[in-house]
Each structure stands twice: as structure tokens, then as C-alpha cells.
Design a protein around this ligand. Structure first.
Ligand code: ZN
Length: 427
């Protein structure tokens, strides 16, 4: 690991072992929420279905693959507003279909559905485990994580595809991404019985949401240990940084909030996505719990600010031409402030300045990303949150390569840079 950042706010936010544990413990959105909650030691969990007669100084609410947590300042004012850090728990992957059992020419295979914009080729020839949530016949839910190689999407040999290196690899997601997970014939219910036994259930689960994932764990990479390789860096690196920041921050005037939404990779339109009502409902209840009314809520929202943290594209040494020459992030040079005049990012000149000041208070570097005019720009939860709630927002992110690969790459120092900047923002 490279020398860590030192800031006036925190003593040690190098990624190190805790980030690697967070990545490895979070192979699905529901596991990412559980990993986050484990790190929020002492936070009181509230139930959305119950009344909230008092607001704990440090609290959290879980809604499936999404979580919101907060810390109150010493003398909270219902109308003073919020300092919010947003990120997302989901990553593109292959998901196991409800009737997955099939066999072809002596191979057992699993039927999978593509979740989000995966890089198809990166799922080939990897040792895949399976993780997610199971629902039993009584409606109870249980997390399961089979962290060992159980499946693989085998690539066709070069001898049987002579044009692959010159003509490019073309993969049909229905035909070519079905993994093998054994040999012999398939029987209906076989996978359900197997995953039920793995989760110590007495019966096969009735329903599931299960992600396949690369069982190779997160690892520091490079002869100088300057890089970090892992699945799901987009966007668990931001979730780790935000969680670390909320624990370290000392809120002064405004309520410090983190919100991790699910379903960002598929458009955010769900009960747990950024287009849903989760954040608005919780902020409303916090204001009312602190003695405020509708007027206080609207004043609070108008006084609030949000940092939407989602990874950015670092400049690629083999594809330098894909970046705008004067706005291309490099790794280990701090979080990138993402700007798009067409509002694919929510950043304004004022919110960029706000985040720059947080970086400077934390003593961490920062940089700017703008995409080329001839390349479509991605988007994230920032514009959705700012549109829904009218909260001033800045989009930022750790620069990385191989976004949406089964195994991504970022600078080893940048998650710590982001954590320090977010701590300064929340304080
Ligand atoms: Zn993302």
C-alpha cells in the first residue's frame, strides 16, 4: 500500500484491509447493506412500518438493498437541512433465473439473466460463486453467500473460433453466457435444493434474487502496490468511503446522512432506487421527529447539499483518445468532480466549489472529468436525487479502469482520498 493520506480530520483512511473486507463481504446489494450496517456500530435501526417517537442521535433504516443512516448535530434544528452522501449498492452481473436447471450435451447449466450493463467478455473463464437472498414458503428472507467456485462461463477455444483475435469476440447474451455448473442431466428443482442446503434451510427456497460473482477476492496490485483490483468497485468503493466518513464525521449544524440506493445500474426506478420515495420519506420523518412541519421540511431541503459518489472513468493508457484532453482523471490523484453541461451530472459551479473546499479542508487532491463531445456521457443517482428533492448536488467519483468488468481496477489511495473529503463535507 502506498503511503496513506494524512488529513487534519482523520488519522488513517487508507483503504487497506477494511476496504478489501468490505468488497469481499458484499457480493450482492443485500450483502452490501449488511456490510454497511455492521460498520455503523452503535447506530439505532428504525423500522419504517413503526412510529418514530424520537430520532436517535445515530440511526439507520434498511429497505431491502438500500440503506439510509444519519447522525444528528449536538443541537439539531428541524429546518437546518441535511448534508447527504449518496451512492449505490448494485453492480452489473449475471443473475440466476427462477427455473435455472438445464442440461446440454452432458453439461449441467444454469439459466441466467443479465443485470445491468456488464462487459460480456469479462465473465468468461472465471470461477463464479453465488450470493443474494432467498425467500422461503413462509415469506422469511435469508442472505446466502456461496464463496467457492461453483460455476463458469467457458469461452470457446481459439481453434474453434479462428477469427476471434482479428474479428473481435461477439457474444449473444442468451446463447453464450449460460454457465456450466456440473456434468450430467438436469432435474427440475436441483438448483433450488442445492442453494437451500447451502443456506441451511429445511426446504428449497420458493424465490430468490441471486448474483453470480467472481470468487477471486479484492487485491492490492502493482509492484508498487499502487492499485486495487476487485469486482464491484463501482460502486462499493464509494459505499465504503461514505460509511467510513459518516462514522468519522462530527456534524456541526446540519444532519449528516448517507443514502445507498439499489438499482442504479438499471435506471433507479424502483422502491429502493433513487427515483423511488425512500430518501424523501426518511428526510420528512427526520424533520417531523425533530419537531418540524411541512414548512420546516421545505426549508431544510432548500438548505441541504448532496455529494453523489459514483466511480469515474480514469484515462486508459491504451485508449488515451477516448478522453477529453484537459479533463481526464488519473488514478491516485483524488476524486474526480464530474461535470456535464447537459445535466447528465448534477454538478453546478457552486456545488463543485463546495466539494473542492471539502477536499482542501481534508488535505486531499481533486480533479475534474468532462466527457468528449463525441462520446455519450453516463449518468448516476446525483441528477435523480437533485431533480426529485431539489437538493443542490455535486457528482464525484473515484477514477477507475474497466468499469462494469467482472473485475475492475482503481488507485489504492483514491477510496481513502474520497473518505477524507466526504468526512470534511459531513462535518
Ligand atoms: Zn456506478
Amino acid at each position: 500500500m502506498n503511503a496513506g493520506i494524512t488529513s487534519s480530520i482523520t488519522t488513517d483512511m487508507t483503504p487497506g484491509a477494511d476496504l478489501i473486507s468490505f468488497l469481499d463481504e458484499s457480493p450482492s446489494p443485500w450483502h452490501a447493506v449488511a456490510s454497511t450496517v455492521r460498520r455503523l456500530d452503535g447506530f439505532v435501526e428504525l423500522d419504517e412500518r413503526e412510529p418514530w417517537p424520537s430520532i436517535p442521535d445515530a440511526g439507520l433504516v434498511v429497505r431491502e438493498g438500500a440503506v439510509i443512516a444519519w447522525r444528528l448535530p449536538a443541537n439539531p434544528d428541524a429546518a437546518a437541512g441535511f448534508r447527504i452522501v449518496g451512492a449505490h449498492t448494485d453492480s452489473p452481473c449475471l443473475r440466476v433465473k427462477p427455473n435455472p436447471d438445464s442440461s446440454t450435451v452432458g453439461w449441467k447449466q444454469l439459466a441466467v439473466e443479465v443485470y445491468g450493463g456488464i462487459l460480456n467478455n469479462t465473465w468468461l473463464d472465471r470461477d463464479l460463486g453465488v450470493a443474494g437472498r432467498l425467500v422461503s414458503s413462509d415469506g422469511s428472507t435469508r442472505l446466502v453467500d456461496v464463496r467457492r467456485p461453483v460455476a463458469r462461463v467457458p469461452q470457446l477455444a481459439v481453434h474453434l473460433d479462428r477469427e476471434v483475435n482479428s474479428g473481435g469476440l461477439r457474444l449473444d447474451p442468451q446463447q453464450h453466457l449460460a454457465p456450466v455448473w456440473g456434468v450430467g442431466g438436469a432435474t427440475r428443482g436441483e438448483f433450488a435444493r442445492w442453494i437451500g442446503a447451502e443456506a441451511d434451510l429445511d426446504e428449497s427456497p420458493s424465490w430468490w434474487e441471486l448474483c453470480l460473482y467472481d470468487v477471486q477476492g479484492a487485491a492490492v496490485l502493482g509492484a508498487d502496490s499502487s492499485l486495487l483490483a476487485s469486482g464491484r468497485l463501482d460502486n462499493l468503493a464509494s459505499c465504503w468511503a461514505a460509511t467510513t466518513a459518516l462514522v468519522a464525521a462530527e456534524p456541526t449544524d446540519q444532519v449528516a446522512v448517507l443514502v445507498f440506493n439499489d438499482h442504479e445500474e438499471v435506471g433507479s426506478a424502483s422502491t429502493t432506487g433513487a427515483q423511488g420515495p425512500f430518501l424523501e420519506a426518511v428526510l420528512d420523518r427526520l424533520v417531523r421527529g425533530l419537531g418540524g412541519d411541512r414548512d420546516a421540511l421545505l426549508r431544510a431541503l432548500a438548505s441541504s447539499a448532496c455529494v453523489s459518489a459514483d466511480n469515474a472513468h480514469a484515462v486508459h493508457p491504451n485508449y488515451v483518445d477516448r478522453h477529453e484532453p484537459d479533463h481526464r482523471p488519473i488514478v491516485n490523484a483524488g476524486p474526480a468532480i464530474k461535470i456535464n453541461a447537459n445535466q447528465r451530472y448534477a454538478t453546478s459551479a457552486e456545488t463543485a466549489s463546495m466539494f473542492q473546499q471539502a477536499c482542501e479542508r481534508a488535505g486531499v487532491p481533486w480533479q475534474v472529468f468532462v466527457s468528449r463531445n463525441n462520446m455519450p456521457c453516463g449518468s448516476t443517482i446525483g441528477p435523480i436525487t437533485s431533480t426529485r428533492l431539489g437538493i443542490s448536488t455535486v457528482d464525484v467519483g473515484v477514477p477507475q479502469l474497466s468499469m462494469h468488468s467482472a473485475r475492475e481496477l482503481c488507485g489504492a489511495d483514491d477510496p481513502g482520498h474520497l473518505a477524507a473529503a466526504l468526512t470534511a463535507f459531513l462535518t
